[in-house]
Design a protein around this ligand. Sequence first.
Ligand SMILES: [Mg+2]
Length: 356
Amino acid sequence: MAKSRFEYVKNYELPDPLLPNAHIVVRVDGRGFHKFSDAHNFEKPNDQRALDLMNAAARAVMDEFGDVVLAFGQSDEYSFLMRRSTNVYSRRRSKINSTVASIFTSAYVFNWAKYFPGAELLYPPTFDSRVVLYPGEKEVRDYFSWRQADSEWCGWAVDADGSGGPVHCLRRGGGVPMSPRHRLTPPPAHINNLYNTCFWALVHDGQTPREANRTLQGTNSKDKNELLFSRFGTNYNDIPPYFRKGSVLVRVDPNPVPVVLLEADDDADDDGDEDATPEAALASAVEKRLSVEAAAKANGEDASGPKQAGGSAMPTTEAAHAKKAKPYEGTTGEIVVLHEDIIRNPFWRARPWLLA
Ligand SMILES: [Mg+2]
C-alpha cells in the first residue's frame, strides 16, 4: 500500500523499552475502591469473596503471562513480578502495563458473578497500574516486604474521616491516618489490617466511624493488639493468615529437580548428611545436572531439551533426567495461592527462580 501523507505521525510513537535485566514489577490498584466496596456491601474489615475475586483476577494475569513468576495481593491491590530476563512484548513498558491492567480488570468483571452470586455489579470497577523497575534482588525483596510488612494494617479500610474503603496509611509505629490526597503510594497490607480490624470492631461495638478513628489515633501496633484483646477478647494472631498476610501466587515446579536427583543419588551416597542443607542439596543437584548433560551429549542428545516437553518420542532415561535438570524458571506448573510470610528468607530460598 502506498504511503499516505499522514503516515509521518507514526514517528511520534516513541519506543519505551524497559531496561534489560532489571526486575519488572507491575502493580495494579483499585480506583475508588472505598466507594466500590461500600456500594457492593463488602464485609469489613475483610471480605473473603472480594479477596478471592482479586486472586482469580491475578491468576488470569499469570495464565496469560508465563513470565509473571510471582504475584502478591492484599486489599484492592496486586503486584506482579516478571522473570528478570523476560522479553515479553520486547519489554515495551506501555504494552506490558496496559495489558496487565486490562487482563486484571476484565477478569475481575468476568468472574464477579462467580464470587458474588446474586449480587449485581452496579458499575464497572477500574484499576490503575504502574511498572516499577528494580535493579537487584535486595530491592525486589524489600518491595514485596514493604507490601506485606505493612499489610497488617489493610483490608477494606476506612478513610481518615471515617468513611469506608481500602485507604489507610498509618505511619509506622502508630501515627495519624493520612488522607487519600496525601497518599502517594498504596497502604501497606499488614498494618492496615490491624488498624481496620480494630476500627471495625469498635464500629460494630457501637462507635461511629469518627469516634473509632479518634480512639485509634496515636496508637501503635502494641496498643491495637492490646485493645483487641482486652476489649474484644480477640488475639490478632488468631485472625486467618489470609487476612493478615495477603495472598501469594506462585507456580509449583512440576519436576522438582534437586529432590528427584537426590533421591536417585541415595543408593550411591553413603554419607547421608552430605546434602543436609539446602545449599548442599542445590550444589549436589547442579553437579548431577552437569554429569547428566555430559552423558546426554555423549549420546548425541540435546541435554537442554525443548522449552516445554512436546509430544514426541519417549525420551531416554538420561534425556529425561536432563530435562528435569534444567533449572526451573517458574513459568510452568500449577499456580498455587499461599498466605505466608514473604519477608523472611525461607519463602525465597525455596524458590530461587523468582530472583534468577
Ligand atoms: Mg486503591
